[in-house]
Design a protein around this ligand. Sequence first.
Ligand SMILES: [Zn+2]
Length: 429
Amino acid sequence: MKRQTVIGLVLLVCGFVGTCLGADGQKVVVIHAGQLFVGKSDVLLSNQVIVIQGNRIVDVGTAGSVKVPAGAQEVDLGKSTVLPGLIDGHTHVFKWKSQSLDVQMLHTSQYRMFEAAVNAKKDLEAGFTALRDCGSMGAQYSDVDVRRAINDGLIPGPRMQVATLPLIGSIGMPSERAFPPGVIVPTMHLVFDGPWEARKAVRQEVKYGADFIKLFPGNHGSRGRLGVEPTMTREEEEAIVDEAHRIGVKTACHTSGGITLRDSIELGCDSIELPVDLDPESISKMAEKGTFLVTDISNKRSWEQFELKATQGKLDQAAMQKVSFQRALKAGVKIAFGANASSGAEDHGSQAKDFEYMVEYGMKPAQALRAATAVGAELMGWQDRIGTIEKGKYADVVAVSGNPLENITELERVKFVMKDGEIIRNDLK
Ligand SMILES: [Zn+2]
């Protein structure tokens, strides 16, 4: 095609969609925000303008101080509060029914893939433009395909980091999943024995697409049972963390408390996932080392009544988690948002309920917002690309009608979502 014809075609496209293209042929969108939470401080800035070219933010500032390119598509979000796209630091797009093998046994992996796609879409529409998927729940490496399908534009969904199969030592296999040889059931985990097998497992997962390594040094907890038994030796856990870091991926360590919590922190796990009982010494070590804490408050709270009844009031993991959360908050531990959707009460798209509980447990609303933006980005190692509204970052932007610093439940009613420069929904029109 001749150059002139190409230019003509570009101008034609501009005319049809009512927007113009930037110097290098990328679409330019300008968002007018009544209030803006940048993600770097606790304050809201008034009357802000965000300039987006292609999928990147190229300028942000007070109206009047920012040059609005001629012909840009202008999106006026009125008095609403604009925030960075939300990040769910612990989720599972593959559906899983706790304590039951129904999902893995009775559904084909193809059917489960549809469910995962629907969940990813729900999360995105609720404002979660990035997810850290902490295990494919028996769907093997299919989380890699979900990520790929989203990145290829086949299906709508958040940016994703996936863990594939969580690693677990063979002594920790829950009894209901210990099928005898010959009975083939899609396992939720990659089971190993010994440090060298552990290293091999890490290499295999990364080779097949894992972005980070999820492991269960401590056993699965469940409703009515605090899972603190080790599933692996310290030597095995050390091998996993070392191998992952040697390759350049992070480790997300699930432990409820006890010895595996202390080992995980000492061995350099990057994050402690869904703990229940954080002792004061572990908390100060986490604060000192910069270990992230990811909690699933709604999930644990959904267990509370059952648990109290089943144990005659002896076990209340939600109450224990609350104490741990408050200690960690006071000590300055980096707390990231992660609702563990798909395995408890919180379904995809409604996980923003956790913000309410984080504030109820003592976080300032701005802190809770940062847990799901700037801190979440750092948890993923993506602080250079998402988590704040800044020049150079991906254009992942959400908006709510009211002021979330005054009413955190605004996050449960996200009205505008943009991911990668594309408007996913806009109910503020
Ligand atoms: Zn989980």
